[in-house]
Design a binder for this molecule. Structure first.
Ligand code: 6R9
Length: 565
């Protein structure tokens, strides 16, 4: 096993484990003295109050726009947005959704929503009509902020709760329920903030499980305690850092890890809009002098595959101090490439939408073990438990589980209390991942226990894809699995059977792929489709994805006693 010693020993992990106390972290917040709680005060306003208002909060670039906003400007603009929302009748606890590509307005709106005590619901821009509708409907969102290009995907007429559609970039409106961002921003420029309870809702993230429609994972303002600490420990944020996390705010990594952790620590954030482009990415690192960079294994593999061979000959990346990866397993091969090609160490960290922030990591102060997800954040109890919830000794494979409750933990599944209860077993929060812990306390990811697919770091529920597939007139039945892929981790494969009168053809398969792409989302469309006469089902009619997976991988199918004739 490769062991890399890092000299820059900034913190002492073992010592922190002894002295760690969440109440000490709480003392870092203004509310521990004033009693006035709102994450926005701690992430933005306090930097202004404490004399750091001129520091850049956000550098934004996308090729056509290039803008920077200080903490003072973020405070003022998000106050305007909050006042605008109030003028529309939005109240504390209401759900306001963001459905738009990355832009400064997205972050101003996000902060404005939280500032006035409403709950922000970020939606990935790739979602198509039905995916958008499901999420807006389930959350009962009353307002959505979107763009002229995306507004046609919002079926306002089918969403009676939805009162207002704010157009972030448009200069004219076409429907009675539409409002222009530029007009809303003129409502009032007075400073405003709504004090909330630490347990009040903050962000609602829709994510996928293996059954049912996507679920709304509710995070509360208390998450800031964990997010601030993760910024210090996992992202190693220090005074003067320039931080870039490539994740889209439609996913938890893009909000919690993308802006909240750094802003809570007063650190400048870089956001790059637009799609992946190896040379543009290197140019962005160089241009802003990024010191801490957070991306994902698929992106690193794309850089490996398509990128410039010798980026250091073309780009000056000498400012880069700390590099992070999360979202999917980080192959040691990628770490080796990072060391050879970029002369950086890529530090893996593990978490999920439900954990609200990073749970374990290869900390900069500890020796890095390539292939491992590292050790738990001080204050977090992480373990491997069996199916009864009993803790297992080192080197035994089992369920990765966390001791509740940690500050950023999911507080509810929107509208579905029974789904929330399902996470807990014998006093543990069970993550759905299998892993083991080695004798030195490093955790190693093995697989998902359930059928959730991880493609390019994006979490896709097979049920949602299957439901869409069977809406196509040619598809009788569908079973969807993830199959291993060297670039994307997994790709989505659909096994389908056809309705009478349809013949298998490449054209039909392509049409079915497009059907899912245009109705659900591009990243959720199967790349592979295989037609079968019949699909393996249980007596109760459920498609046995486990059998599909065994077929695909050429493995034994296991116990088939519940399979129908
Ligand atoms: C943050 C995020 C969560 C699932 C999780 C696991 C996988 C995340 C990982 C990792 C291996 C890592 N995952 N980090 N697998 N190594 N460092 O990705 O949230 O979209 O909810 O996905 O992603 O399987 O259960 P989310």
């Amino acid at each position: 096993m490769m062991m890399l010693d890092e000299r820059a020993n900034l913190k002492n992990y073992e010592e922190a484990l002894q002295t760690m106390d969440w109440q000490n972290v709480e003392r870092q917040f203004t509310w521990s003295k004033t009693g006035n709680v709102n994450i926005v005060y701690e992430a933005i306003d306090r930097h202004v109050v404490e004399g750091r208002g001129d520091r850049v909060a956000l550098h934004y670039t996308d090729g056509s726009r290039e803008e920077s906003y200080t903490f003072t400007e973020m405070m003022q603009l998000s106050s305007r947005f909050a006042n605008g929302l109030r003028s529309l009748g939005v109240q504390k606890g209401d759900r306001v959704f963001l459905f738009m590509p990355r832009s400064p307005e997205l972050y101003i709106a996000l902060i404005g929503i939280l500032r006035m005590g409403a709950i922000a619901g970020p939606l990935f821009e790739a979602f198509m009509e039905e995916a958008v509708k499901d999420r807006l409907e389930d959350s009962g969102a009353t307002v959505v902020v979107t763009t002229a290009a995306l507004v046609s995907r919002i079926r306002s007429r089918e969403l009676p709760q939805l009162q207002h559609v704010i157009l972030a970039d448009a200069v004219e409106k076409n429907e009675a329920n539409q409002i222009l961002y530029r007009e809303l921003m003129t409502t009032s420029d007075a400073y405003t903030i709504e004090w909330v309870d630490r347990e009040d809702g903050m962000i609602l993230n829709y994510t996928s499980g293996s059954t049912g429609k996507p679920k709304g994972v509710l995070h509360v303002h208390d998450a800031m305690i964990h997010q601030k600490l993760a910024g210090q420990w996992v992202y190693d944020l220090q005074e003067g850092d320039i931080y870039w996390c490539t994740a889209d705010p439609g996913w938890i990594t893009g909000t919690s890890g993308g802006v909240l952790s750094p802003w809570l620590n007063g650190v400048t954030v870089v956001v790059r809009g637009g799609r992946f482009d190896a040379n543009e990415w290197y140019a962005t690192l160089e241009k802003y002098g990024v010191t801490v960079w957070f991306s994902a294994p698929t992106a690193f593999r794309l850089l490996m595959a398509k990128g410039e061979r010798q980026p250091l000959q073309t780009y000056n990346l000498s400012k880069l101090r700390h590099v992070l990866s999360a979202g999917e397993p980080l192959n040691p091969e990628v770490i080796r490439w990072g060391m050879e090609t970029l002369q950086v160490r890529i530090h893996d960290n593990w978490w999920m939408t439900e954990t609200g922030s990073s749970i374990c990591a290869n900390f900069r102060c500890n020796p890095l073990r390539p292939g491992s997800m590292g050790k738990p954040l001080p204050g977090i109890t992480l373990a491997i438990v069996d199916d009864e919830g009993n803790e297992l000794p080192p080197n035994r494979l089992g369920n990765l589980a966390i001791k509740p409750k940690w500050p950023a933990m999911v507080r509810a599944i929107w509208n579905q209390p029974q789904k929330y209860e399902k996470y807990f077993l014998n006093g543990w929060f069970v993550t759905g991942d299998s892993a083991y812990k080695d004798a030195d306390g490093y955790f190693w990811f093995e697989a998902r226990v359930d059928d959730v697919i991880n493609t390019s770091g994006e979490r896709v529920g097979p049920f949602e894809v299957e439901s869409k597939l069977v809406e196509h007139p040619a598809v009788a039945e569908a079973g969807v699995i993830g199959v291993p892929d060297p670039l994307r981790g997994e790709v989505i494969k659909a096994f389908i059977s056809l309705r009478a009168g349809y013949e298998e053809s490449d054209a039909l398969k392509e049409e079915i792929k497009q059907f899912v792409k245009t109705r659900l989302a591009a990243h959720a469309a199967p790349r592979l489709i295989e037609v079968r006469q019949t699909l393996p089902k249980t007596n109760s009619g459920k498609i046995m994805r486990r059998v599909l997976k065994a077929w695909e991988l050429g493995l034994p199918t296991g116990d088939l006693s519940t399979m129908e004739e």
